[in-house]
Design a protein around this ligand. Structure first.
Ligand code: DON
Length: 310
């Protein structure tokens, strides 16, 4: 398949739609540094299991990866912790509520439904602070740099903006702490969480970094090295399918049919196991916090290529 031509065709279709109707949806407003990003970007990039790459539109421009980072922090936690150490604090069920919802936490005694809602990612960050202490942010960016083959860093302006306005995340972390479900200081855990959301990467860098998810855990570029086992990789992909796009997970499975992880920066990572990783970016979001044109790009891609896990 000529993936470069396919990505160019899809971005051209969506750019024409943007020119004709303007962006549908809204750029995330609750994080001031994100609200300033122009809504008109559309980028796509993919990497196949055998290392072919394709990039189109703004696919090489860095953006704030936001909740897509939850896949990488979960990977680090799964690499280093036993099942019991990790899953005693976090569930594996879809939440059916918004990514930053507080309601379930009280009924479920401070145990987040899954690692991809904010509460779950904060619980994972708590585990990583336990593993790495003050070096947690440095370890995470080093991990991403190793996966993508080039230096990856934080957008400190976005991290500071999140810290200044992250009242809900403060509430989630304190609430979990009140149930004894967070071990470390809330400020330390949230510093890691806000930084992971502020990782700045392009679609192409993300497609490379996540390539282990389409390669049964094999390192994206280093021959013979493994990031995780085949079984662990399947588990992350299944969590992405059921929980990666929050209360839109059913709609994503129906319309796109691939494990996906979205972020409020407008990026979406999709995995076609044993084939490729695909990343799309367009900043305007729908009411569930998922990129409007990103979803459309993925739908056009799966329709055009016939790729699906079903
Ligand atoms: O914590 C937050 O609310 C944001 N930093 C990240 C949320 C996010 O990306 C949810 N994904 N759609």
């Amino acid at each position: 398949m000529d993936f470069q031509a396919i990505l160019e065709e899809i971005t051209a279709t969506l750019q024409a739609e943007l020119r004709a109707h303007g962006p549908r949806g809204e750029v995330a407003q609750y994080i001031p540094a994100l609200a300033r990003v122009p809504a008109g970007h559309i980028g796509m990039a993919l990497r196949t299991c055998d290392g072919q790459e394709a990039v189109a539109g703004d696919g090489a421009l860095p953006f704030s990866i936001q909740s897509i980072s939850k896949v990488f922090t979960l990977t680090l936690a799964m690499q280093h912790l036993s099942e019991e150490q990790l899953w005693s604090r976090i569930g594996r069920e879809p939440s059916g509520t918004a990514f930053n919802s507080l309601v379930q936490l009280e009924f479920e005694h401070g145990t987040p439904r899954n690692p991809f809602i904010n509460a779950g990612a904060i619980a994972v960050a708590d585990r990583l602070v336990g593993l790495y202490g003050d070096a947690a942010c440095a370890q995470l960016s080093a991990f991403l740099s190793d996966l993508s083959g080039e230096p990856i860093g934080y957008d400190e302006e976005v991290a500071a903006s999140e810290a200044a306005t992250g009242f809900r995340n403060q509430a989630l972390a304190n609430f979990m702490k009140s149930f004894g479900r967070v071990d470390h200081a809330v400020d330390t855990v949230l510093d890691l969480y806000f930084h992971q959301c502020a990782l700045s990467m392009s679609c192409l860098q993300l497609a490379r970094a996540a390539a282990y998810l389409s390669r049964d855990g094999a390192h994206p570029v280093r021959p013979g090295a493994h990031i995780m086992t085949e079984r662990q990789t399947r588990r992350i992909n299944s969590l992405m399918l059921t929980c990666g796009t929050y209360d839109a997970a059913g709609e994503f499975a129906y319309r796109i049919g691939l494990p996906c992880k979205s972020g409020v920066g407008g990026g979406i990572l999709a995995v076609v196991p044993d084939h490729l990783t695909l990343v799309v970016w367009s900043p305007a979001l729908d009411e569930t916090g998922n990129s409007v044109l990103g979803q459309k790009a993925l739908e056009l891609f799966t329709r055009r290529t016939g790729l699906s896990i079903f």
